[in-house]
Design a protein around this ligand. Structure first.
Ligand SMILES: [Zn+2]
Length: 230
């Protein structure tokens, strides 16, 4: 199980608190748990995550020129490996729904990136888009296959929420894709449950009471995703 703290989450909760919370939660279960920094943008932020006890970090240099992305990611992979933890990088650029456009991952650049950075996992841009609220966003399988031909590094799909269940399952079984990020799908389930909880009783004001009603729907949404991957 992977618990991720993305930039939006980190803007409101210090890394040290998130790291301690993830560790506490991980210790309650027998399933192996990864606590992961999602989209670290600076070496300072990645170093802080390592120092706080995260067990995996992603450095996102995807907006930078290739050589700079490779150099900075390699330095962060070295930092992570020195601490005995894993590192994810991004090659190509995964865009945002109603925002920045994607730049598809070039297989040769992916091979070079994998070789020269030493990352343990590689986020790729193959038709996936962040913050995609509608499913039906099919991934470009020929491009995935071309990337797999030139590197064996495990692949990560950010914006996995938009990918149809059947394709997620098929590629999870048959490709090097090892992680789908599904934050939008889960946040949509949360938002809908929260709206219902607030609207159900206008006299309620206690946040704990209101948030309690979002728990079961979130469990159900997670369960649905996992069951469709089986
Ligand atoms: Zn992402």
């Amino acid at each position: 199980m992977i618990l991720q703290a993305g930039p939006g989450c980190r803007a409101h909760t210090p890394l040290s608190v998130l790291a301690a919370m993830f560790r506490h939660l991980a210790e309650q279960t027998t399933v192996p748990v990864v606590s992961h920094l999602d989209h670290g943008y600076t070496i300072e932020e990645c170093r802080e995550a390592v120092d706080c006890g995260f067990t995996s970090i992603m450095f996102d240099g995807s907006r930078k020129p290739l050589a700079q992305n490779i150099d900075e990611t390699a330095a962060i992979a070295e930092l992570a490996h020195g601490a005995g933890i894993s590192c994810e990088g991004e090659i190509g650029f995964v865009g945002y729904a109603d925002g920045e456009q994607s730049a598809g991952t070039d297989p040769d650049e992916a091979a070079q990136f994998a070789r020269q950075t030493g990352v343990d996992a590689m986020a790729i841009s193959v038709g996936n888009v962040h913050l995609q609220q509608n499913t039906g966003n099919y991934l470009d399988e020929p491009r995935i296959r071309a990337i797999e031909k030139v590197t064996s590094v495990p692949l990560v799909i950010h914006g996995g929420s938009g990918v149809p269940d059947a394709q997620r399952l098929q590629l999870a079984r048959s490709s090097n894709i090892c992680k789908y990020n599904i934050g939008t799908e889960l946040r949509m389930a949360f938002g809908s449950a929260l709206r219902d909880a607030v609207n159900s009783d206008s006299s309620r004001f206690d946040r704990v009471a209101i948030l309690k009603d979002t728990h079961a729907p979130m469990v159900q949404a997670c369960r649905r995703v996992l069951q469709t991957m089986n």
